[in-house]
Design a protein around this ligand. Structure first.
Ligand code: NAD
Ligand code: LMR
Length: 334
């Protein structure tokens, strides 16, 4: 057995936290031989709730779980962590866009970035889930300048999973038969779910998804809109934002970042853009297709042909991210 991995989950008393912690502690993310020390960070008024979560984790009697620390102090919660899963933030309500949460949430990520900078391991891998996720990741990264920029990511895997599920349902195949769906840009209603380079395996044969679907109009309209607005549809139905599917997507994101992607396949992650290879402005945290190596390093997949339809959609979501960035930085400095 290796040395324990220190993993912090913020917002651990919330609904995503409740769906997520068991999978992380059980070994579904970092592997069946990896002991875990869990740090649960929430705000002071939620500490009594967190106490109940700690009791339940103990009562699961999980062999890999070595220690659980519950705290409202970021300097304790981020101390020496290897992995930071930043969920803690206000969720949106029906009728809101995710960027409407900027004012309420951005300072949480400023404070947590500062704490990560001071006390986390310099190799810490950060995934931001709290909305607006891309811009919150950008803010966290800005306030943690001693950590390599590429260690800050945001979750768009839920959107990728949604796209994959829409395509597999349409084609009547199981979800694992569809791969290489791409989410470009912001985890918002401007995101561009793109299956032009995706593959479906039917009867043992790999086929490009557009060829299998045979309905370009559906792919360009209804499919894109359904994925873009799925979070809102869940809120309308549940009166709460997605939690089970979000927790599952966090596990998928972290597992692939930890162990690497399979073969030549890719997954979508919000990562800092360096302006290449698709001309997305430098510095934005933008969702790209990435390939991850077993040493946890990743590369944006380059060389995918981008037609006019895609270009327009990729630029529109980048523009929204630039606007969010400007609002967020102004709010941090206010
Ligand atoms: P929730 O309200 O159930 O839980 C949020 C928790 O965060 C609460 O326990 C709250 O006390 C805590 N919190 C607030 N401020 C904090 C701080 N400064 N430090 C630590 N904890 C703090 O919400 P939820 O449903 O778990 O959702 C959490 C966030 O995740 C929301 O912003 C939601 O919009 C977002 N989300 C993102 C995705 C995605 O795909 N990126 C998917 C689902 C939800
Ligand atoms: C989601 O995509 O389900 C989350 O980001 C929650 C939301 O506000 O839609």
């Amino acid at each position: 057995m290796s040395e324990a991995l220190r993993v912090v989950v913020t917002g651990a008393a919330g609904q995503i936290g409740y769906s997520l912690l068991y999978s992380v502690a059980k070994g579904d993310v970092f592997g069946a031989n990896q002991p875990i020390e869990l740090l649960l960070l929430d705000i002071q008024p939620m500490l009594s709730v967190l106490e109940g979560v700690v009791m339940e984790l103990q009562d699961c009697a999980l062999p890999l779980l070595r220690e659980v620390v519950a705290t409202a102090d970021p300097m304790v919660g981020f101390k020496d962590v290897d992995v930071a899963i930043l969920v803690g933030a206000m969720p949106r309500k029906e009728g809101m866009e995710r960027k409407d949460l900027l004012a309420a949430n951005v300072r949480i990520f400023m404070t947590q970035g500062q704490a990560i900078d001071k006390v986390a391991k310099k190799t810490v891998k950060v995934v931001v889930v709290g909305n607006p996720a891309n811009t919150n990741a950008l803010v966290t990264r800005k306030y943690a300048p001693s950590i390599p920029p590429q260690n800050f990511t945001c979750l768009t895997r839920l959107d990728q999973n949604r796209a994959q599920a829409q395509i597999s349902s349409r084609l009547g195949v199981s979800h694992d038969k569809v791969r290489n769906c791409i989410i470009w840009g912001n985890h918002s209603s401007t995101q561009f779910p793109d299956v032009r380079h995706a593959i479906v395996n039917i009867d043992g044969k790999d086929i490009p998804v557009p060829e299998a679907v045979k309905d370009d109009s559906w792919l360009k309209n209804e499919f894109i809109k359904t994925v873009q607005q799925r979070g809102g549809a869940v809120i309308k139905a549940r009166k709460l934002s997605s939690a089970m599917s979000a927790a599952k997507a966090i596990c998928d994101h972290m597992r692939d970042w930890w162990f690497g992607t399979k073969g030549n396949d890719w997954v979508s992650m919000g990562v800092p853009s360096d302006g290449n290879p698709y001309g997305i402005p430098d510095g934005l945290v933008y969702s790209f297709p990435v390939r991850v190596k077993p040493d946890h390093s990743y590369e944006i997949v380059s060389g995918l042909p981008i037609d006019d339809f895609s270009r327009e959609k990729m630029d529109a979501t980048a523009k929204e991210l630039q606007e969010e960035r400007d609002m967020a930085f102004a709010a941090c400095e206010a």
